[in-house]
Write a protein that binds this ligand. Structure first.
Ligand code: 0WK
Ligand code: 0WK
Ligand code: BGC
Ligand code: BGC
Length: 907
């Protein structure tokens, strides 16, 4: 009967507390109600419209997958924000999982002095980086080596990328000044710089819930939820990307840190808030904030119990109404006390000790009552967490459209780890609220930093993949020498054989450069890669500088470029007619030179039997290849029957450019076009050409664009290059041109960006329609994007203009890709040019050669770095040649007119 008396007595005292704290005792209906309210808040937080006003921020973390076992590497890690600040070294071995010892950890906890907790931001991060330095020193970690660093930061942060985190607000007991709204990753970088003596690469910043999910996910593939019930509380889970409005993209998943601690900050939980909760909030460092957290987490549970005990004592319901200063003092009952009062074995003993430590002399009944208060307060905490988890699991059920959810929840935090009853209660209520779900709870044994290291391992792998992609466009010195040698061999081979050779070495029948004797009026027609130019040139004998020149540029529509040959030449004839009209010279039959920037085989300078061997660049007009393009123009002019022309010469645009530049600088013996297309011509020794003309030299149009058509460049072509070639209008042709000219560089960039995005390395993996559109990334954008004068924002607007939205990191990557591809193009042209000038030097048996190269083309003229890199590469690969590069002023048209003058002179 003593026992019965004891039981009834206990029950009655508990009932007294139950009545007093009835508002804290939540039944399943209320928990489901809270779960439903939380689900509504989650929706608000995920939607772009309502996110700003939402209390529960639902922060995207840029963690797109849970571990897949391939993560590996050695990392330093910082774990800041929980009750302990830790510095760690983590070694992750591939495919071994934590349980199989796949992860080794060394760690050290560093206290954070109060003055730092409430000091300035720089002081906090100086403390962090000095602790890091101390740890490295203690563990003999080489300070000279660059170390990947993983950063767990357990506060609400907006993250545009994995390695940026803008602090929204402090929670728990942190109230450091000057960091809210700042990128804490950058603050850490600055502090590490200030501390000095270490070199860190901060790969990722993660919230402790995310790191906990990743840590548990390394062993359990079903782990897609992470929850912290520690000094603070929060939960994250894998959400479908198409529900995360703040991040572009619909494919796949992304981990979202709910920051459920703020549930109720907008009054959503007011009907569940008790007077004790209001008092805890009012006395906290962040009143009105983190309402849910203040009902649940370790920072506040002890205080809640104290306030309840204090109130009941004041009401005479405890200790006969006796109250002590200790009991009135904030923080004298801690969450550790609450846990102790719930110890299975000696809960009442602990309760008595704690109350006596507050100078109280509790009766046995008082101890029963106070112990029960602790139970109710911590029970409510686990119930509220259960309601929160039920909301998250319900959302995942809906996302997967399944009721039978098998899922694991990774858990960490002192309350969950040290409070004896907490885990069991939590598991039980979650399973009771969602009986159809198979929910497994996994405790994150040794903290979240393993997870942070795993996230960093993924970031490192992604970064290295990006670096691999960029490196695949890097040419070594040896490779450039190889290209020079291959170009040289191809030049040689092209001169020899009449048969097919990749570098055609087409004779131009121009045997000398101008000597100033040219005079008279000539018409020049210039069909380039994108435009057609008509010009009238008037030369004055020996007075180069007095040359008069009038011209008009006509854009060539794509449908004309790729229509019938007849339409193309009718269009050219129409333009000429328009120009002569404009010049009032329709009735004058002027001698004309025709610059035709495509490979043509000709047997003489003037216009007998000229054959277009193949279209290049964007041209594909039918019935032209193998035909005499001068005849076709003549036919078109005849069809037009408005004016007549005496076309006396046809030259390639490189030859025209050489003439035009040689008119200024007689030392000009080579000409390069680096524009829509890519090509070079130069004055070759006639003895090296199967031609018996009575001249010493002849200008050879190399058509070097064809190098590689027989596979000689396969070892430097990347998969993206191959894709561009295979999807071009002339697959397998003009391989060298496709690596070096304006027609293709933009497209190579687009394909690289597309492949990086598909692999999740760019634009957050979001493959926009724009990115899938061939030709959308025009080469002119490369020149703009690579200009040093442009800030990232301006580059962003260029990308936006193309329908590409990117983060700062994305924009830097785009700039890097553009730079890598244009740099390679310029280097390849430099290697080719070195082959040409060195051949001329050897032709002439010279040790040193002084020579001028005339240049034209939008890529050379407009790209901010192309010309410099090309010149540097040429000089480096042909050190015995002093090469001057002379940009052509008036294009090759003037050159064509000069040749027309030559041709006229020879008639
Ligand atoms: C241990 C984790 C840490 C997290 C902490 C939370 O390693 O990242 O912040 O748990 O629990 P607390 O220390 O606040 O009780
Ligand atoms: C201007 C020359 C023209 C040549 C063009 C190449 O006058 O003959 O075809 O440069 O540059 P693009 O217009 O292809 O950039
Ligand atoms: C913070 C969360 C953190 C949680 C657990 C809360 O106060 O806002 O970011 O995950 O504590 O440490
Ligand atoms: C053509 C050459 C031309 C070069 C530059 C190439 O596509 O084959 O004939 O010189 O473009 O315009």
């Amino acid at each position: 009967c003593i026992l019965m008396y004891w039981i009834n007595n206990t029950r009655s005292h508990k009932n007294k507390v139950d009545r007093f704290l009835h508002k804290m005792r939540l039944n399943d209906e209320q928990l489901n109600d809270i779960s439903a309210r939380f689900q509504a808040e989650m929706k608000k937080g995920l939607s772009a419209e309502s996110n700003a006003a939402a209390a529960v921020k639902m922060l995207p973390t840029h963690v797109r997958s849970t571990p897949d076992g391939t993560e590996k590497g050695q990392f330093l890690a910082l774990d800041l924000g929980g009750s302990k600040f830790k510095v760690l070294q983590i070694k992750v071995r591939e495919d071994q999982g934590i349980r199989k010892g796949g992860v080794e950890i060394e760690e050290k906890t560093y206290p954070i002095p109060n003055e730092v907790l409430n000091g300035r931001g720089t002081e906090l991060f100086d403390h962090v980086s000095e602790s890091l330095k101390d740890f490295m020193h203690e563990k003999n970690i080489n300070p000279k080596k660059k170390h990947p660093l993983a950063f767990t930061f357990s506060f609400p942060c907006e993250q545009p990328t994995l390695d940026q985190g803008f602090l929204l607000e402090w929670t728990k007991d942190f109230s450091v000044r000057g960091l809210q709204g700042k990128d804490v990753v950058d603050s850490l970088r600055q502090a590490i710089k200030r501390t000095g003596g270490m070199d860190m690469e901060i790969l990722a910043m993660v919230n402790d819930t995310v790191a906990t999910m990743m840590t548990c996910g390394f062993d359990d593939k079903n782990c897609e939820v992470g929850v912290i019930i520690g000094s603070g509380t929060n939960a994250c889970y894998m959400e479908q990307l198409n529900h995360v409005d703040l991040v572009e993209g619909d494919e796949g998943q992304m981990c979202v840190s709910t920051e459920w601690g703020a549930l109720g900050d907008d009054g959503t939980l007011d009907d569940y808030i008790t007077e004790f909760d209001r008092e805890v909030d009012a006395c906290s460092i962040n009143p009105g904030k983190q309402i849910f957290e203040k009902m649940v987490s370790g920072m506040y549970l002890g205080e809640l119990v104290r306030l309840v005990v204090l109130k009941m004592a004041k009401l005479g319901l405890l200790f006969d109404g006796r109250v002590t200063n200790a009991l009135r003092t904030k923080g004298t009952i801690t969450t550790a006390h609450v846990a102790a009062m719930e110890e299975y074995k000696n809960c009442l003993g602990h309760t008595r000790e704690i109350l006596e430590s507050l100078n109280l002399s509790p009766s046995a009944d008082d101890c029963i009552a106070v112990q029960h208060i602790s139970t109710i307060v911590s029970f409510r905490s686990s119930n509220l967490v259960a309601a929160g988890l039920a909301a998250i699991l319900t959302r995942i059920q809906k996302n997967r459209n399944t009721r039978e959810l098998r899922i694991t929840i990774g858990v960490d935090g002192t309350v969950y780890k040290t409070h004896p009853q907490y885990p069991k209660r939590l598991h039980k209520v979650v399973r009771r609220l969602l009986p159809e779900c198979h929910v497994r709870f996994v405790l994150s044994e040794s903290g979240s930093s393993k997870g942070a290291a795993l996230v960093s391992a993924v970031a490192q792998r992604l970064a290295s993949r990006k670096r691999q992609t960029l490196n695949s466009f890097k040419l070594s010195w040896e490779q450039l020498q190889l290209v020079k040698a291959r170009m040289r061999a191809a030049l040689q081979a092209g001169l020899k054989t009449d048969g097919p050779s990749e570098v055609k070495m087409l004779p131009s029948f121009v045997y000398r450069t101008p000597d100033g004797s040219e005079h008279g009026k000539y018409l020049a027609l210039d069909l380039g890669g994108t435009n057609f130019r008509a010009m009238l040139v008037n030369f004055k004998k020996g007075l180069q500088q007095n040359t008069k020149l009038y011209h008009k540029i006509y854009k060539i529509p794509l449908e004309i470029m790729q229509g019938t040959g007849e339409e193309l030449f009718d269009y050219l004839a129409q333009c000429v007619g328009d120009f002569l009209d404009y010049m009032g010279m329709k009735n004058t039959r002027l001698p004309a030179g025709f610059t035709f920037s495509f490979p043509c085989e000709q047997t003489a300078l003037d216009t007998v039997s000229i054959q277009l061997t193949l279209w290049t660049k964007g041209f594909k007009a039918t019935n032209c290849e193998g035909h005499d393009v001068v005849d076709m123009l003549r036919e078109a002019i005849k069809r037009r029957d408005e004016f007549d022309l005496d076309i006396v010469a046809l030259v390639n645009d490189t030859v025209g450019t050489l003439m035009s530049c040689a008119y200024e600088d007689p030392q000009c013996q080579v000409a390069l076009i680096a524009g829509t297309g890519s090509n070079v011509c130069y004055m070759e020794e006639v003895k090296n050409i199967e031609n018996d003309a009575d001249f010493s030299k002849m200008c050879i149009n190399t058509e070097w664009g064809g190098l590689g058509d027989d596979g000689t460049l396969d070892d430097i072509m990347t998969s993206d290059d191959t894709e561009v070639d295979q999807n071009s209008i002339n697959p397998g042709k003009q391989r060298f041109e496709k690596l070096t000219s304006g027609m293709y560089l933009g497209e190579i960039v687009r394909r690289v960006l597309l492949n990086l995005t598909i692999r999740g390395l760019l634009f957050k993996g979001y493959v926009s329609e724009a990115l899938k559109t061939p030709g959308i990334f025009e080469t002119k954008y490369l020149s703009q994007i690579e200009s040093d004068r442009l800030a990232l924002l301006q580059v962003r607007s260029i990308l936006q203009h193309m329908g590409l939205e990117g983060t700062c990191v994305d924009i830097i990557t785009v700039k890097e890709v553009c730079g890598a591809i244009s740099r390679r193009a310029a280097q390849l042209c430099g290697a080719g040019m070195a082959a040409v000038v060195d051949k001329i030097r050897e032709n002439r048996g010279l040790d040193r050669l002084n020579i001028t190269v005339g240049v034209d083309g939008t890529l050379y003229k407009l790209h901010p770095h192309f010309s410099r890199i090309l010149q540097e590469t040429t000089r480096a690969l042909a050190p015995q040649c002093d090469v001057t590069f002379l940009p052509s002023e008036e294009g090759s048209g003037k050159g064509a007119a000069l040749i027309a003058a030559l041709a006229k002179h020879m008639q």
